[in-house]
Design a protein around this ligand. Sequence first.
Ligand SMILES: Cc1cc2nc3c(=O)[nH]c(=O)nc-3n(C[C@H](O)[C@H](O)[C@H](O)COP(=O)(O)O)c2cc1C
Length: 277
Amino acid sequence: MVKIGQIKLKNPVMVASGTFGYGIECKDLVDLDKLGAIITKTITLKPRLGNPQPRTFELPYGMINTIGLQNVGLEKFLTEKLPELIKITKTPVIVSIAGEKESEYSEVAKILDKENIAGIEMNISCPNVKGSIISKCKTDTYNVVKSVRKKTKHTLIVKLSPDVTDILEIAKSTESAGADAVSLINTVPALFYKNGNTILGGLSGPCIKHIALRKVYEVAKFLKIPVIGIGGIMNIEDTLEFFKAGAKAIQVGTGNFIDPKIPIKIINGLSFKKMSF
Ligand SMILES: Cc1cc2nc3c(=O)[nH]c(=O)nc-3n(C[C@H](O)[C@H](O)[C@H](O)COP(=O)(O)O)c2cc1C
C-alpha cells in the first residue's frame, strides 16, 4: 500500500493524464480495478477544442504532441464521464485540472470538492497552450496552489515541468502552498519538422526518461511531500529506476499508446518481485 496525501493506493502505478482518456474508453482494454490510480484527461471550466490536427507525431524514441488541452469541460465531465468511471471501478480517480488563470483553477477545484473523487492533480505545466506556463514562476506557482488548497479538502498533487531554471524552488513553492505531492515531469517543449512545417509541441516517451529521473532525484531529496515520477516509463526496470531516484509512485504516459497493458504488466512485475509498499 502506498499513501499519497490521504489516498491509499493498492499499488504505486497510475496512468498519466491525457494518455488514458477519461478512463472509461479503456475499460475493455485494461482491468481498471488493478491500477493504483487513474488520472483523467485534464479538464478546464469550459470545453476546449484544442489545437488543429494533426496533433500527435510518432518518433523512433517517443512522440511529440500538440493536443492543447482538448477536453469536454467540467460540466460534461461531471455529468457524463466521472459518474460512469466511478460506476465501473473502485480504483481511486484523480482528476487533472487546468485553467487560464488562478481563479479558473480555484473555481474548478471548488466544484470538484463535492465530488466523490480521490484527488486533484493540478496541471500547471502544459507546454501546448497559449500564454505563460504557471510552473515556470515560483510566485505564480505558490499563489495558484494556495488558492486551490483553500477550496479543496481532496488530496492535491501538483504536476511540474522540467523546463525551468530551478526545479527546486518551484517544487518548494508547491509544498509551502499546501500541496500533498508533486508529479513530474510533464512533456518537454520540443520542435519537430514535418513536411516542411514547424511543429512546436511536447516531447514524451523513452527519450525523456533520463531527464525525468534527474528531476525526480533532485526534488525527492529536497521535499518532504512525496514525488510521483513520470517520463518514458515502459516497463518494470524503468519503474525501479524511478523508485531508486526517490519516487514513491509512478505514472505511465506514452507507454499506454504503445500497449495499454504496460501499467498492468508493471504491477504484475512488482508483485512478482514481492515488493511491498
Ligand atoms: C498525447 C498526450 C497528451 C497529454 N495530455 C496531458 C494532459 O491532458 N494533462 C497532463 O497533465 N499531461 C498530459 N500529457 C503529459 C503526460 O501525462 C506525461 O506527463 C508526459 O507524457 C511524460 O510521460 P511519458 O513519457 O510517460 O509520456 C500528455 C501526453 C501525451 C503524450
